[in-house]
Design a protein. Structure first.
Length: 259
């Protein structure tokens, strides 16, 4: 019950302090925030084939054995789960898939990393913004296989295995990282570990996204530590996720933004 209640209380706190564009002091953040809102409006009829892919998965009643390497799911406690249920409860809403796509496109997007493929919805959105190669990582064999069904993005490498082993290996051979979405494990220790693995491989033009930053007390604690790191210049809290910017030309600041 406590695990179910925490996101609600966290959202209430977020709602009380969130800002709109008129409260933003930084011209850079003002421009990027309004650019995001404009992107959502202008993209209403874009990438609809990805949403068709999502609809297919939402109707997929195949029952699979799902390996959890982290905090697992609040809604789905059993290790055997329907793909339809995984898609419903464990994938980003279209609005946030588009947000990740937008911020990915704000980078050179030559090397893009997605930590946590799940069924591959965000993967396809990110692939559209990736100019070079997208590396997407998944630990569950069943989800890895499901995410690769139908036509796969040509610029995407689907990496199967525990991130503890696969991420350092791929990072060593493919850097700097332009954009990364961290959406795996959902524990404090693992989230910090992923951030610290990615940090030496980024540059001033890189952007990192941390999903589910208010999913639990652990994730909130991880977000608070990450956003206060000396290398982080601007952090933006959209409740569903946090965005980190590292451009040293900007003034260090933190924003809680309505979205």
């Amino acid at each position: 019950m406590k695990h179910q209640l925490y996101p609600f209380l966290s959202y209430l706190q977020y709602w009380l302090v969130k800002e709109d564009q008129y409260a933003i002091q930084s011209p850079f953040v003002f421009d990027i925030y309004n650019g995001l809102l404009g992107h959502i409006q202008q993209s209403k009829n874009d990438d609809l084939e990805i949403e068709e892919f999502r609809k297919i998965l939402l109707c997929d009643n195949e029952i699979c054995e799902i390996e959890d390497f982290g905090a697992g799911s609040k809604k789905l406690r059993k290790s055997t789960r329907k793909i339809s249920s995984v898609t419903k409860h464990s994938t980003s809403p279209r609005q946030f898939s588009q947000l990740y796509q937008f911020f990915c496109a704000k980078t050179p997007a030559m090397r893009v990393f997605e930590l946590g493929t799940c069924v591959g919805v965000n993967t396809r959105y990110l692939a559209k913004a990736t100019k070079g190669t997208l590396f997407t990582f998944e630990g569950s064999v069943a989800l890895w296989q499901k995410s690769r069904q139908f036509e796969k993005p040509h610029n995407t490498h689907y990496v199967l295995g525990n991130l503890k082993n696969s991420l350092p290996y791929i990072l060593e051979k493919n850097h700097p990282v332009d954009f990364a979405l961290v959406d795996a494990n959902h524990t404090y220790g693992a989230t910090i570990d992923y951030f610290e693995l990615l940090l030496p491989k980024i540059k001033d033009t890189s952007i990192l996204a941390i999903a589910d930053i208010h999913w639990s007390k652990e994730m909130n604690k991880a977000w608070e530590k990450i956003k206060s790191h000396p290398e982080v210049v601007i952090s933006m809290d959209f409740f569903e996720c946090g965005i980190l910017i590292f451009d040293k030309c900007l003034t260090k600041s933190h924003y809680i933004l309505h979205y």
